[in-house]
Design a protein around this ligand. Structure first.
Ligand SMILES: Nc1ncnc2c1ncn2[C@@H]1O[C@H](COP(=O)(O)OP(=O)(O)OP(=O)(O)O)[C@@H](O)[C@H]1O
Ligand SMILES: [Mg+2]
Length: 277
């Protein structure tokens, strides 16, 4: 069962039922995701190992935030907490617009269903009437530039095409927040570049709030309006950058390269401070 389609996870997020709802912070700024002093530890009581420590981070409505950090620093843990798949040990997480959609590195499509049927399943779970599902699935496939692939089975699709279907299925949940956990990490550089372009286009069309996890600095700067760097063991927010480079960007743009060098230096420092990785 793909976690992205789970309907019964209790989840720590606060849901108002109003899909356009956002919380209003003390200073009047509205927020789509609010992570407030979150801690997460694993292990037996008395022998807990802290993975995340005092994470406070807001994602504004329509904002694209990239969460960057070394392998094992707790990025997926944090994303799973926001998705409601697990609970923080302390602190709170609010997603006022309701359950976020989640997309993983592995496509998690059902191999016995066609591309179109995979999307329709998400539509069904959302309560879209049967008569409307086919047309909506076709529209979503068009949106990810896979028009005409409705009847294709998963094994007939390339890695990039599978991730497009996975994106369409995430969009089918009609969430206001999209959580992405290294969704393009397994793709070759050219395919990844194309999907960066598509994701930026879809984000600017839909104005979704996106929280995108990656350990690839260039990818973070290529995509994000804001890049948030996590430290390792335990994960803490070390620093964040407002990117400020106009979209559409290209991964080879000089401005993207320059900021990537600066962030990489900081990331290297983090990895040195914490030994291995
Ligand atoms: N369910 C769990 N039980 C115990 N430890 C866990 C659990 N989930 C994650 N961890 C530990 O928490 C730490 C952070 O893991 P996490 O998967 O969040 O890292 P990550 O930043 O996503 O790494 P990567 O870039 O490799 O995907 C790791 O040391 C991992 O072993
Ligand atoms: Mg991870």
């Amino acid at each position: 069962m793909a976690p992205a389609l789970s309907t019964d996870t209790p989840g720590p997020f606060h849901t108002t039922g109003d899909p356009s709802a956002t919380a209003v912070l003390d200073d009047g700024i509205r927020t789509a995701v609010r992570i407030d002093h979150v801690h997460k530890s694993y292990g037996r009581p008395g022998a807990e190992r802290p993975v995340l420590e005092d994470i406070t981070l807001d994602v504004r409505p329509g904002e694209f935030v990239c969460l960057l950090g070394a392998s094992g620093c707790g990025k997926s843990t944090l994303l799973n907490l926001v998705a409601g798949l697990d609970r923080p040990s302390a602190g709170t997480i609010e997603v006022p617009g309701g359950r976020p959609a989640l997309m993983f590195q592995e496509h998690a499509l059902f191999p016995w269903l066609t591309a179109g049927r995979n999307i329709e399943l998400a539509l069904r779970l959302r309560g879209v009437p049967r008569a409307e599902r086919r047309e909506e699935a076709e529209r979503l496939l068009e949106l990810v530039r896979l028009g005409g692939s409705y009847g294709k089975r998963v094994h007939e699709l390339s890695g990039g095409m599978r991730q497009r279907v996975a994106l369409a299925r995430a969009l089918a949940q009609d969430s206001r927040v999209l959580l992405m956990d290294e969704p393009f990490a397994a793709l070759d550089a050219i395919t990844r570049d194309v999907l960066h372009h598509e994701l930026t286009r879809i984000w600017s069309q839909t104005r979704l709030s996106v929280l995108f996890v990656t350990h690839n600095v260039r990818e973070a700067v290529r995509l994000g309006e804001r890049v948030v760097l996590l430290s390792s063991r335990p994960g803490r927010v070390v620093r964040e950058w407002e990117v400020g480079i106009p979209q559409p960007r290209r991964i080879e743009d000089a401005a993207v390269a320059d900021l990537s060098v600066e962030i990489t230096e900081e990331l290297r420092g983090e990895i040195r401070r914490h030994g291995r990785n």
